[in-house]
Design a protein. Structure first.
Length: 314
């Protein structure tokens, strides 16, 4: 009797073989387990070698037909002509470097401001005489301007007369104290040359004296040389004598006068620099003066030669 175990084993083996057979015949099994055969072309050694001949590429030589494209016509933009606006002419214009704007027609009125050359003004009135104009400034201030210092572009006679404001009350001005003029000292006395005794060429030598007192540091002797035509030389010296030329005096006869003066300030004008503190000399002495020509400069005379010394006794 066949063992039941072997029968079960054979039946299982048969079932496995049957399943594999069924799977082997499916398309999936063929693509996986049955490889595609590779065919190799065998060429005989003595067979002629074929040369590759490229196939010519066809080139299209047809000339394209040009299509006429319509170009639009450009319409020019009309040019706009700008007509310049004429610059309005001002009623008046400042015609000086600086001009006061006042509160009324006159220098007694207060100054409101200062205008400069070229400022344009609008004229709105005038005084009865027509020499002052009431104007409006560029900054809208109103005031009065002296007409003669303006360039007026309107007819002043057509400008309406405007009532002037009241004259301002003047401030109190104290009466200046009058300083009494100090009494003058006596005049210096002329010494030499005496009247008509001097005869000089190119240089004069004038001497005098003043016995009142010694000069202070800011005091000088003031010498004036003059003739009928007026003064031609004026100088200040510390010593009671003058030795020098008369630069602006031509040849002629001259008078000379001496007084004592005090210097008041260094930078003041000449007429305010000196104060005369003495009477001028009373003598009216004259001398002759020969001016030196420009091409003949004056040279001092040679000093007299001293006599030679006697030889010492042996």
């Amino acid at each position: 009797m066949i063992n039941r175990k072997w029968i079960q084993l054979l039946l299982g083996l048969f079932a496995i073989i049957l399943g594999i057979s069924l799977i082997w015949n499916t398309p999936w099994a063929k693509s996986v387990f049955q490889p595609t055969p590779t065919y190799v072309s065998v060429v005989p050694l003595d067979a002629p070698t074929s040369t590759y001949t490229p196939t010519p590429t066809s080139t299209d030589t047809t000339t394209p037909t040009l299509t006429n494209t319509h170009t639009p016509t450009v319409t020019p933009t009309p040019t706009v002509t700008v007509t310049p606006t004429p610059t309005p002419i001002p009623d008046a214009m400042v015609n000086t470097e600086a001009l006061n704007l006042r509160s009324g027609p006159g220098v007694v009125y207060d100054i409101l401001g200062v205008l400069k050359r070229g400022d344009c003004l609008k004229v709105i009135g005038r005084n009865l005489a027509g020499d002052w104009l009431k104007v409006i400034c560029p900054d809208e201030r109103e005031g009065w301007i002296l007409c003669s210092l303006l360039q007026v572009n309107v007819d002043v006679a057509d400008v309406p007369v405007v009532q002037a404001p009241p004259t301002p009350t003047p401030l109190y001005t104290p009466t200046p104290t009058v300083t009494a003029t100090p009494e003058l000292y006596p005049a210096p006395t002329l010494l030499e040359p005496r009247d008509r005794e001097g005869d000089f060429t190119g240089q004069v030598v004038l001497k005098w004296q003043w016995e009142e007192r010694s000069l202070e540091q800011d005091e000088y002797f003031s010498l004036r040389v003059y003739n009928e035509g007026g003064e031609c030389h004026h100088t200040q010296v510390k010593e009671p004598a003058y030795v020098g030329g008369l630069s602006y005096c031509p040849t002629g006869e001259y008078y000379w006068q001496v007084a004592v003066a005090r210097k008041l300030c260094e930078e003041c004008p000449t007429e305010q620099k000196w104060q005369t503190i003495s009477q001028p000399s009373e003598e009216e002495w004259s001398f002759r003066y020969q001016a030196v020509e420009p091409d003949q400069p004056w040279e001092p005379p040679e000093p007299p030669q001293k006599p030679p010394k006697k030889p010492p006794k042996p």
